[in-house]
Ligand binder design. Structure first.
Ligand SMILES: C[S@@+](CC[C@H](N)C(=O)[O-])C[C@H]1O[C@@H](n2cnc3c(N)ncnc32)[C@H](O)[C@@H]1O
Length: 395
């Protein structure tokens, strides 16, 4: 089959649309840096002393801080601008996606017809969506991951691809190999150069952003991505075919995987568990244990658990719980991740929780030193580090 055009290249913003994207990226950066500092100053100088005077102690957790700060002008400014910037992220790319949708659908269909050529796409139109996916527009993206409005729809994948770039905007170094998968694969290869996974699975792969980079470090591995959302999977598969990446995509629920026991050498996920209900998280981890080969690894990138950070940072992180349509956020973070993994069948001594730098944010030497334990792990922050939890399956 002839090479197909990369589906990412169809969206062609006008001058004004580019300006709008840039404005929203910078607005987000302004909220997450300058306005965050203003809010923290207001907390330290006014809100916290008032709480201490009333209660005779410091706030103990994020919820107490949220309740104490809610009337404060600095908080209200930060929160309302952050909310509006989040809505505008998706809005800023919608027109561009709508204009090019027929061509993107067509290229995704061509890719799907090439199933025997490279990778594959297997959709299941009968799949029942989990309630935590289709009962709301998760992180305020209209249509969430899974909505379809026309045959072969890829719009949600495209909105996530282009909106995601606006969202990350000036927060990440786009000119370097970057992101969760680039960082985790690099870290794994430094920590264990002998580990050469042949089959890698990502649960909740969306459009493959954090699946494809494993190919750079493990070029012979077969990649598998599963997700419940067909528009994202079509988009991911079209990207993979255009880039000649051997990746297989399946529409299925990570709580009930179709794969045989002991199939994968490595299972990964990123930004996945905090969107699922805790009961579902337990089922997904049990499935990870089942489909991993003995000696296989699992590495999940997630937000830090509540116990890993202080009360103020818990308050900041958990904003999404109430304001970003992510109602499982706080519940997920309040779990003990090691308990979750041992409950799923992993031995306690085989579990880990670790924080690594974003690979594009530090020098190669520093990244290597952290991976080898010669430099301290980073604290969590805006795209400069990643919190991981995971385990090795006993042999
Ligand atoms: C925040 S996104 C993950 C982003 C992606 N890993 C990345 O790094 O770009 C969450 C994804 O998980 C998918 N998802 C949620 N619950 C799922 C489940 N039970 N099984 C499979 N996929 C699920 C959603 O459809 C969505 O695509």
């Amino acid at each position: 089959m002839n090479a197909i055009r990369d589906i990412d290249t169809f969206v062609d913003p006008t001058h004004d649309e580019i300006a709008r994207r840039g404005y929203i990226s910078r607005l987000r950066k302004h909220v997450l840096s300058d306005l965050s500092n203003t809010m923290q100053n207001a907390y330290d100088s006014t809100v916290k002393p008032a709480f201490e005077a009333a209660h005779g102690r410091e706030p103990e957790n994020g919820e107490e801080i949220r309740d104490a700060i809610e009337g404060n002008l600095a908080y209200r400014t930060w929160s309302s601008i952050r909310y509006n910037a989040q809505e505008m992220v998706w809005e800023s790319v919608r027109d561009e996606v709508e204009r090019q949708l027929p061509d993107m659908i067509s290229v995704a269909e061509q890719a799907a017809q090439s199933n025997s050529h490279v990778g594959s796409l297997t959709l299941d139109p009968t799949l029942q969506m989990p309630g935590y996916v289709d009962s709301m527009d998760v992180h305020l993206m209209p249509g969430c991951w899974q909505e379809e409005h026309t045959k072969g729809d890829v719009a949600q994948g495209a909105v996530y691809a282009h909106g995601g770039a606006v969202f990350r905007g000036s927060l990440i170094q786009l000119d370097k190999r970057n992101g969760v998968a680039a960082s985790v694969s690099q870290w794994l290869s430094i920590r264990d150069p002998e580990f050469k996974p042949e089959k890698i699975l990502e649960t909740g792969c969306t459009i493959g952003n954090n699946l494809f980079p494993y190919r750079d470090i493990y070029p012979d591995a077969e990649l598998y991505g599963i997700d419940v959302a067909a528009p994202c999977l079509r988009y991911a598969h079209a990207r993979a075919v255009a880039r000649n990446i051997n990746a297989h995509f399946f529409q299925e629920n990570a709580e009930r995987l179709s794969f045989e026991d002991n199939t994968f050498d490595l299972i990964v996920s990123s930004f996945f568990f905090h969107e699922t209900a805790v009961a579902a998280t337990k089922k997904v981890l049990a499935e990870c244990h089942r489909v991993l080969k003995p000696g296989g690894r699992m590495v999940h990138m997630e937000l830090p658990s509540a116990s890993q950070v202080d009360a103020y940072y818990n308050f900041v992180l958990d904003w999404d719980n109430e304001h970003n349509n992510e109602p499982h956020y706080r519940n997920f973070r309040s779990q003990d991740f090691t308990d979750l993994m041992t409950g799923a069948g992993f031995a306690k001594d085989d579990c880990f929780m670790e924080s690594i730098p974003e690979v594009s944010a530090v020098s190669e030497e520093h990244f290597r030193d952290v991976a080898l334990g010669k430099a301290p792990p980073p604290t969590h922050g805006n795209y400069t580090s990643w919190c991981l939890f995971g385990a090795t399956k006993a042999r």
